[in-house]
Design a protein around this ligand. Sequence first.
Ligand SMILES: [Fe+2]
Ligand SMILES: [Fe+2]
Length: 255
Amino acid sequence: MTMIAGYAHFVQLAESLQWDETDLDLTADRAAWPELTDDEQATVRGLIAGFVIAETSVAGQLGSYQAAARDDSMEATFRAQARDEARHARFFDLVAAEVLGVPGANPAQRQDVLRGYVSSELVDLFEHRLPATARQLAEDHTSLTGAVGLYHMVIEGVVLLAGQQAMLDTLGGLSRELPGVRKGMELVLRDERWHIGFGSRVVQGAELGAEQADGLLEQGETAAKVWGDLISSDAIESAVRQHRRRLKAAGIKFW
Ligand SMILES: [Fe+2]
Ligand SMILES: [Fe+2]
C-alpha cells in the first residue's frame, strides 16, 4: 500500500469555510429580477433549476459513502461534505423561492416545478443514476472508487463545475446585477473545490483498471451535455479538458 496521509486536513478546511445561506442579502436581487429580459430570466432559471435538483440529490447520497469510508478521517470528510451539500441545496431553493418566485409551499413542491426547466437527462443523472450508484455502494463497499469517480470527479468536477462557471459568466453579463446570488455562487464554488480535491485524493489512493479509467473519462464527456443549451459547447469542452487533467494528476492512465 502506498503511503497516504489521512483526510483530516479536509475536515479542518471545511470548518474554516463555513457560511450560512440565510446571511446573504437577496434584497437587490429580488428588485432586479423582474427587470431582466425574458432570455436572461430563462437562462438563470434553467441553471438554478439544475442546481436545486443536483444539490438536493447529492446531499442525500453521502450516507452510503460514509459507511463505505476506508478510515475514520475519510468518514469525517464525507460527513463534512454532506453538511456543505445540504447548505447548497438550501441556498438554491432560497434563490428559487425568493428571487425567481418559483411557486410552492416547500422545497419538494418547488422542485416539481423546476424539473420542467431542465433536460430529462439531468433529472435522470441526479435522481436515478447517482442514487443507484450509492445504493450499490451501500451493498458493496469495494465499489467506493467508482462511486467517488461518478460523484466527485464526473458530477462535481464536470457537470456542476461547468454549470457553476456558466452561471458566473451569465451573472457577469446581465442587464441588472444579482449580487446576493453571485456571492452565494462564489461560496458554493469555494466548497466544491475542496470536494473535488478530496475525491481526486480518494481515487488517487486506489488502483484503477483500464476499463474503469476510460469509463470515467467517457462519463465526463457524456455527463456535461445534460445541461443542453444552457451551457455553451466551449464551456463543456473546457470542463472536459479540466476533468482529463485532474484524472491524469490523480495518476490515472488512459489506454
Ligand atoms: Fe454542492
Ligand atoms: Fe460538492
